[in-house]
Design a protein around this ligand. Structure first.
Ligand SMILES: NC(=O)c1ccc[n+]([C@@H]2O[C@H](COP(=O)([O-])OP(=O)(O)OC[C@H]3O[C@@H](n4cnc5c(N)ncnc54)[C@H](OP(=O)(O)O)[C@@H]3O)[C@@H](O)[C@H]2O)c1
Length: 288
């Protein structure tokens, strides 16, 4: 699919590198078809020597040379980066944004280009174990959707959803999700140290417990309910029952639920703030 089509990464950071590495590893695209553009020459040269991608320090030139333009800058840089690329994107090109909180309409408005896909990956993408939720503006063609799917598949699993609001939900659940998991694991490790384990041993016990539990859940036949698996470890009057009593009493479930809802609301707020900064409507006042 990317035999003769170039993919330009605008913002050559951690996520761009994860995508570049995945695309090359899975032989979806050859290195010479990939472009990395950013303000620091050392960084794009580093990606060139590591993967053989073409280094650019001019976003507009990089975007103009590609059939797919991946926006992978930090949200606070996005406005300036979009303004600098206005008019540079090829009419038939696809813009694929992974920028958290940036609505499709904002990107399309700034670039005056309607073929935009918005995706929310997560950090395990850096080892090809991520999950991305994505959506597309109605004008994005089937061929362009397939290109987006293949690029996101280089990061791990991908799920297409029609409505853009799911992107805010995905930001709260899977995009931010690794933060909850790492906090939970950190608390378990600290508890292990409190009990008397050397930290290294506590870390190993926790990491393998989490990994093994996830594999047990996902590899179990007939998709058991999570409560069923939890009940299997909870014998009457036993240690799990004592521990779970404390977690419920401390409002563990409610805290998780409220935290994820707060992340969802924050993601929506960021999107609304962004709307206030649109330079103008999408051409023709079109709704996307
Ligand atoms: N990390 C994640 O798990 C994750 C998950 C979901 C979505 N995202 C989204 O992915 C995007 C990138 O995240 P990241 O973790 O890869 O961040 P990052 O490592 O900081 O990468 C951002 C890159 O953009 C470059 N940059 C800065 N100004 C630029 C400009 N004017 N033109 C072009 N490039 C510019 C930076 O260069 P310098 O280093 O020289 O400043 C850096 O290489 C963010 O919008 C984030 O919301 C990330």
């Amino acid at each position: 699919m990317f035999e003769n089509r170039k993919i330009a990464f605008i913002g050559p950071g951690a996520m761009a590198e994860a995508m570049i590495a995945g695309l090359i590893r899975r032989e979806v695209a050859r290195p010479e078809m990939l472009i990395a553009s950013g303000p620091r020459r050392e960084r794009v040269d580093e990606l060139h020597s590591r993967y053989g991608v073409q280094p650019y320090d001019d976003n507009a030139a990089a975007a103009g040379a590609a059939e797919v333009v991946v926006l992978s800058v930090k949200p606070q840089r996005l406005d300036a980066v979009l303004a600098g690329m206005r008019g540079a994107i090829q009419p038939e090109a696809l813009v694929l944004s992974i920028v958290a909180g940036a609505p499709i309409a904002k990107i399309a408005g700034f670039l005056n280009h309607n073929a935009v896909v918005r995706a929310m990956p997560n950090t395990p993408a850096q080892i090809g174990e991520g999950i991305s939720v994505w959506t597309a503006a109605p004008v994005v063609s089937d061929d362009q959707r397939e290109m987006a799917r293949q690029i996101l598949a280089a990061l791990g699993d991908e799920i297409f959803l029609e409505e853009e609001n799911y992107l805010n939900m995905a930001t709260a659940l899977s995009g931010t999700g690794p933060a909850y998991v790492f906090l939970f694991m950190e608390a378990m490790v600290d508890a292990g140290v409190h009990l008397g384990f050397p930290r290294r041993v506590a870390e190993q016990l926790v990491a393998q417990t989490v990994r093994g539990s996830v594999d047990f859940y996902t590899q179990s036949k007939d998709a058991p309910h999570l409560a069923h698996l939890r009940n299997q470890v909870t014998s009457p009057g036993g240690t799990s029952a004592a521990a779970l009593y404390y977690l419920e009493k401390a409002g563990f479930r409610t805290a998780i639920s409220r935290a994820i809802w707060a992340a969802y609301e924050r993601s929506r707020e960021l999107g609304r703030d962004a709307k206030a900064h649109w330079p103008e409507q999408v051409s023709g006042g079109e709704e996307i």
